[in-house]
Write a protein that binds this ligand. Structure first.
Ligand SMILES: [Zn+2]
Length: 277
């Protein structure tokens, strides 16, 4: 039985993920990881796609169809499924993750930034940020702190700098591509340590970004995102010559944690091996 760290990089499109893949690309090359080209769901927008990545459901089913939605998730998600099976959860993430999964009111920066004592919602320990420019360097350190201190069964790490620079300067700008390089480099810094702690690590994104600094619609730049998988349970290799559905990310995480998929989730991941008895 494995624990899972899900790194969901806000607005890292597939193309830039590979242009800046660095150490993660190396691990795929030497068959120590798997890589996929994911066709994201629509709308290519943050709050709906956070819910899609974490529930395995499209927006028309989970009902969060715009960033303007400020309520809590009403669907089974990786946090609630883990909690229902007596597992522990944590998140280092943007405030919207707290609003979706750990509180019933709007995020308050005075009371909701650090949620470390449990009992509020389906995230046992959370460190949340509310400034889109919160440095990825600090965000990954927050996630690593949660991993080392609490050893959660499921940990979400959700950096925002790629999205922040994308809206300022657009995909293809030096600013966006540098933010993509940095976020991949931070993952490389922690990845081996997380694997040694017993974590399977998934790296993906909610949506991409186009050259105008926009993401919402149906173009490859806005929709296509990466999925890197570092797990002994998934056949290593580069599978990016075709796309797979974004709806497969949540059931993959369930399978790696040996949790039953929620109703409505898609069939098992194509390259996963059976769990050993
Ligand atoms: Zn954005």
């Amino acid at each position: 039985m494995s624990k899972v760290i899900l790194v969901m990089i806000d607005a890292l499109g597939f193309e830039s993920a590979w242009d800046r893949c660095g150490y993660l690309g190396h691990l795929v090359e030497i068959k120590k990881g798997a890589a996929y080209r994911v066709r994201g769901e629509l709308p290519a927008q943050s709050r709906p796609m956070y819910e899609t990545v974490l529930t395995g459901l499209p927006a028309s089913v989970h009902g969060i169809c715009t960033n303007a939605y400020t309520g809590a998730s009403t669907s089974s998600n990786l946090f609630s499924i883990a909690k229902a099976h007596k597992k522990t959860t944590a998140a280092a993430a943007y405030k919207w993750i707290s609003e979706l999964y750990n509180q019933t009111s709007a995020y308050n920066e005075r009371t909701d930034r650090f949620q470390l004592s449990g009992g509020r919602g389906d995230i046992d320990q959370g460190i949340f940020y509310h400034d889109d420019g919160y440095p990825d360097s600090h965000l990954y350190a927050d996630g690593d702190f949660l991993a080392r201190t609490y050893r959660p069964d499921f940990l979400l790490i959700h950096p925002m700098n790629v999205d922040y620079m994308g809206h300022k300067a657009g995909k293809g700008s030096r600013e966006y591509e540098h933010a993509a390089e940095c976020t991949m480099m931070y993952i490389a810094w922690y990845l081996d340590a997380w694997r040694e702690m017993g974590y399977d690590v998934l790296v993906t994104a909610d949506h991409g970004m186009d050259a105008l600094g926009i993401h919402y619609g149906d173009t490859p730049l806005q929709r296509e995102v990466p999925l890197f998988v570092f797990s002994d349970r998934v056949q290593p290799g580069n599978y990016t010559d075709h796309t797979i559905s974004q709806l497969l990310v949540a059931p993959l995480a369930c399978a790696l944690m040996e949790l039953p998929p929620a109703p409505g989730m898609q069939a098992p991941f194509p390259t996963i091996k059976e769990a050993e008895e």
